[in-house]
Design a protein around this ligand. Structure first.
Ligand SMILES: Cc1cc2nc3c(=O)[nH]c(=O)nc-3n(C[C@H](O)[C@H](O)[C@H](O)COP(=O)(O)OP(=O)(O)OC[C@H]3O[C@@H](n4cnc5c(N)ncnc54)[C@H](O)[C@@H]3O)c2cc1C
Length: 381
C-alpha cells in the first residue's frame, strides 16, 4: 500500500516483522517465517495518515471545505441538474466553532463518509449489517513496550471475540488493544476485558490514553452507485470479514472511483451513472469480489467455534500457509493457484480440522443419521 499510494515511510510508526497468533488454549503460532526479506507490516495511526492525505490533496489543487454534511438535494433531472450538498461549515473543521450553514453545487458526489454514511442514507443506498470494533490505546512501561517493538499479536477464542479476533498491535509510543464482534455487540466490554486478561502481564502497568469504538461493515451495501453518487470505503462496505482490513480498500476504491469520474469528464465533459458503473463498480467487482467472498468463507469456517480456532492456529504454523497469506496480504490479491502445494494444503486443512474436532463432529452427525436410517430399514422389515 505504501508504494501504491506513495505514502512516505516516515508516517509509519512501527514496522512489524513478527506476527503471533494465539489459540483459545494459548497455543502460539509465529506467523512470520515466510515474510519476504525486507518486507514488513506497516503500523500507522489513521489520524496521521488522514491529515497527510488531506494536505497532499490541497497541494495538488483540491479545495478543502471543512464541515459536516447534513443532507443532499437530489437533482430534478438526474442526468443534467447539479446535486446540492448542504453542510455546516466551520473554519477549524469542528462544527462547534463559529459554524454556519452552507450549500455546495456539484456534478457528482463520492461518499467516503464511513459506516454511518449520511450520503448513503440520502440516496437510499440501503443498509448492511455491521460489526462493532472496540480499541484502547494503552501506553506501556518501557520494558513492556520493547516486547512489542516489532511484534503484533492476534488472539482467537470465544472469550475475546465470538466471531473475529482480538489484537495487540504496536503503534508509535503505545499499543492498540482491541476486539470486534458482530454477534455479541452488547458484550463488547466483556470481550475487551477478555483480551486484556489474555494479554495479561505483557500489558500490565499500562495507561489507557484513548478509547475508540466504531461500526465496521459486514458486507457491501445493496447499492453503491445511485445516479451520479458513488460510495467508497466503509460507506460502500469494503472491509474484509476475516481480517477486518478496510484502510487499503478504502484508499483503493476512492482512487478507482475518482479516476473513473475524472477520465469520463476529460473525455466527454460530463460524469454519468453509466460511466461510474463501468469505470469504478465493474472494475472493483472484477478485481476484488472473489477475494472478499473467499475471506468471508474463511471467517465462517475458522471463527465458528473454538475447535475451528485451534485448527486455524495450528495451520498458521505451516510455512506454505504463511507464504500464501503474505502474498495475498502484501499484494491485496488472492495468490495464484499452486496446484500441488494447494492440494497438499487442502488435505492438511481437512486433517487439522478433523483432529481439532470440526469435521469430526460433522462426521459423527452423519454417522448418527446413517445409523438411524439403517434402524428404520430394519424396523420396516
Ligand atoms: C477499532 C478499529 C480498528 C481497526 N483496525 C484496522 C486495521 O488494523 N487495519 C485496517 O485496514 N482497517 C482497520 N479498521 C477498519 C478501518 O478503520 C476502516 O475500514 C477505514 O477507516 C475505512 O476508511 P473510510 O475512509 O472509508 O471511513 P472512515 O475511516 O470511517 O472515515 C470517514 C470520514 O468521513 C467523515 N464523516 C462522516 N460523516 C460525515 C459527514 N456527515 N460530513 C462530513 N464528514 C463526515 C468522518 O469524520 C471520517 O473522517 C479498524 C476499524 C476500527 C473501528
Amino acid at each position: 500500500m505504501l508504494d501504491e499510494f506513495a505514502i512516505p515511510r516516515d508516517l509509519v510508526d512501527r514496522r512489524v516483522t513478527r506476527m503471533r497468533v494465539l489459540s483459545p488454549s494459548n497455543l502460539a503460532a509465529d506467523f512470520s517465517r515466510a515474510l519476504p526479506p525486507g518486507a514488513h507490516i506497516p503500523m500507522l495511526r489513521r489520524e496521521v495518515l488522514d491529515s497527510f492525505l488531506r494536505r497532499r490533496a490541497a497541494d495538488a489543487g483540491a479545495t478543502l471545505v471543512p464541515g459536516l454534511v447534513t443532507s443532499l438535494s437530489l437533482p430534478a433531472d438526474p442526468t443534467a441538474d447539479p446535486y446540492l450538498v448542504h453542510y455546516i461549515s466551520s473554519d477549524s473543521g469542528s462544527p462547534s466553532s463559529s459554524s454556519s450553514r452552507s450549500v455546495l453545487e456539484v456534478d457528482a458526489v463520492v461518499g467516503a463518509d464511513g459506516a454511518n454514511s449520511r450520503v448513503a442514507r440520502e440516496v437510499g443506498a440501503g443498509d448492511y449489517t455491521t460489526a462493532i470494533a472496540f480499541q484502547e490505546r494503552i501506553r506501556l512501561p518501557d520494558e513492556a513496550m520493547s516486547y512489542y517493538d516489532d511484534l503484533a499479536e492476534m488472539y482467537v477464542g470465544g472469550d475475546v471475540s465470538p466471531d473475529f479476533y482480538a489484537w495487540v498491535f504496536p503503534k508509535c509510543d503505545h499499543v492498540a488493544v482491541g476486539t470486534g464482534t458482530v454477534a455479541a455487540k452488547p458484550d463488547i466490554k466483556k470481550l475487551q476485558s477478555g483480551i486484556r486478561a489474555r494479554a495479561g502481564g505483557k500489558i500490565a502497568g499500562g495507561r489507557v490514553i484513548k478509547v475508540e469504538a466504531h461500526p465496521i461493515p459486514e458486507h457491501p451495501r445493496p447499492r453503491r452507485v445511485v445516479g451520479r453518487v458513488a460510495l467508497v470505503g466503509d460507506a460502500a462496505g469494503y472491509v474484509t470479514r476475516c481480517s477486518g482490513e478496510g484502510i487499503y480498500f478504502a484508499a483503493k476504491s476512492g482512487r478507482l472511483c475518482g479516476q473513473a469520474m475524472a477520465d469520463e469528464w476529460k473525455l466527454t465533459g460530463a460524469v454519468t451513472e453509466a460511466g461510474i458503473r463501468a469505470g469504478y463498480l465493474r472494475r472493483w467487482d472484477d478485481e476484488f469480489r472473489l477475494t472478499f467472498r473467499f475471506l468471508d468463507m474463511l471467517q465462517r469456517v475458522f471463527y465458528g467455534g473454538n475447535a475451528g480456532r485451534e485448527a486455524l492456529v495450528e495451520m498458521c504454523a505451516d510455512e506454505h500457509v504463511q507464504r500464501r497469506t503474505f502474498e495475498s496480504y502484501l499484494h491485496k490479491r488472492m495468490a495464484a493457484v499452486e496446484p500441488w502445494g494447494d492440494l497438499r494444503l487442502l488435505w492438511r486443512t481437512a486433517a487439522t480440522m478433523v483432529r481439532c474436532g470440526v469435521l469430526g463432529r460433522e462426521v459423527e452427525r452423519l454417522r448418527r443419521l446413517e445409523q438411524q436410517a439403517a434402524d428404520q430399514v430394519l424396523l420396516r422389515h
